[in-house]
Design a protein. Structure first.
Length: 466
């Protein structure tokens, strides 16, 4: 059976209503669990959230009618749940726990800006293939954004990592925008050069390794990742960018040799970083045995308290207001999964992981049915960005891997992260719309028998050159 082109906008609307029920219902449950009553602003909050979602749905229905019907509801559900958890933490901070103020209002503002950019991306970008023209421009812009936190005067160090820039009263994490630009740059570059990168080199232990002359791109990304790790002290971003390029390179060339080379480079870089940099050693030691570092600075207080909270939450959680997630520093950003695990239990964490799995699966589905190579690689890269970031964050919080400090997409507090992820959702919807749209039939291709005879009979003028 071939692929059936369907609009499925009604299914998207139904799923969107369920997603709004999750977000608004969680917000109401926070008020009941913490204060014993439904929040007084539930009508205004719910109307604003529903208005953003419905406007996004209407624009998708008009400008991308064949787009995937699952992506927007999944993103809306995650964003709504994140707002509810941030609101729950803010109530604890207002009651006396140490923490910032005004987080839910700021996050709702960032969500509004993210939805506006989501709509602008869909309206302005009618064909994703246009982005292939900006391959090198996107790569250069991404490098500039990654270097901006190192510039004196605007670069800021927060929580030990120099990955922020200060713009007036606001702080921006340019790496979140750079990851989108890197996907565009990698996709355009690999479409042009994948034939050369796919050429066989030497066979070692049954694996075809690439030629030495083709190792330049992956060595360049390896050096950039090490530079981010050394100068910005950001382990998470270095893992994300190198892993992103390696995944896209493997998908473009279909050669396992690149995975072997990438794994060796990763292992070598990780070993070198552990030997040379104290903050990397500290994170690895905390990962191996966190309890001895509980009272040290920097120590393991954050991850130990999060593990205690998730253990207390158990299978179904303590319920909103029944736990103490505010004990974990930065529970609203780096450790929001720990807060969900404590008050919604393992069941809530599994539901969140499944929503992320749906986003990644639908992105890869769009890549599979996309008709052009650039769109295939771009959708794959965007799916890899979400998958790698979720794995690194949840793996660090649950002590599966060393803690890295990235934010959880759509859940964590943070303007630059939320805006970048809404733009990623818009790009995925645009690619899926192009891929699922029926191919237009060529008019006038059928000819009658008389027309065929006339076309088959031709007059040839013979010229005597004697």
């Amino acid at each position: 059976m071939g692929f059936v082109h369907r609009r499925r906008r009604g299914a998207e609307l139904f799923l969107l209503l369920l997603a709004l029920a999750v977000g608004i219902g969680a917000y109401a449950a926070v008020g009941v669990g913490v204060e014993g009553r439904v929040p007084a602003d539930i009508i205004g909050y719910g109307s604003w959230l529903a208005g953003l979602a419905i406007v996004a749905h209407v624009v998708v229905r008009v400008v991308a009618p064949y787009a995937d019907p699952v992506l927007l509801p999944a993103v809306t559900a995650l964003n709504g749940l994140g707002l509810a958890v941030i609101h729950r933490l803010q109530l604890a901070y207002d009651a006396g726990a140490p923490g910032p103020t005004g987080l839910p209002q700021k996050q709702l503002t960032w969500m509004t800006l993210g939805v506006v950019l989501f709509l602008l991306t869909l309206i302005v970008l009618r064909d994703h293939r246009v982005l292939a023209r900006f391959t090198y421009t996107s790569g250069l812009a991404a490098i500039v954004l990654l270097l901006m936190p190192l510039a004196p005067g605007i670069g800021k160090t927060i929580n030990g990592a120099r990955i922020w820039i200060g713009v007036g009263p606001f702080s921006l994490q340019p790496g979140e925008i750079a990851k989108v630009l890197l996907v565009i740059a990698f996709a355009g570059y690999l479409v042009l050069h994948r034939d050369a990168l796919a050429l066989a080199g030497r066979r070692v232990l049954g694996v075809d390794l690439p030629r030495g002359r083709d190792l330049g791109p992956i060595l360049g990304m390896w050096l950039i990742s090490l530079g981010i790790l050394v100068f910005q002290r950001d382990l998470g971003s270095s893992l994300l960018f190198f892993g992103l390029f390696l995944v896209m390179l493997y998908v473009a060339t279909e050669r396992p040799g690149w995975l072997v080379v990438g794994t060796l480079l990763f292992a070598g870089g990780a070993g070198l970083a552990y030997q040379l940099f104290g903050h990397v050693q500290n994170r690895v030691n905390i990962w191996l045995d966190p309890l001895p570092y509980y009272d040290r600075t920097p120590g393991s207080f954050q991850i130990v308290e999060s593990l205690f909270g998730m253990a207390w939450g158990g299978l179904i959680g303590r319920g909103f207001g029944g736990g103490s997630p505010e004990r974990v520093p930065f529970a609203y950003s780096d450790f929001i999964i720990g807060a969900i695990g404590e008050e919604l239990g393992l069941t809530g964490v599994i539901a969140v992981v499944l929503l992320y799995g749906l986003i990644v699966e639908r992105a890869l589905r769009a890549a599979l049915i996309c008709r052009d190579g650039f769109g295939k690689l771009m959708a794959t890269g965007l799916a890899a960005v979400v998958a790698l970031q979720v794995f690194v964050v949840i793996g660090g919080v649950t002590r599966l891997i060393p803690l890295t400090g990235l934010t959880t997409p759509f859940l964590s507090y943070g303007g630059s992260s939320l805006i970048a992820n809404w733009v990623i959702a818009a790009l995925l919807l645009r690619i899926s719309d192009q891929a699922r749209r029926p191919v237009p039939e060529m008019a006038g291709t059928e000819t009658s028998d008389e027309q065929a005879d006339e076309q088959a009979t031709q007059m040839v003028r013979m010229v005597d050159r004697a």
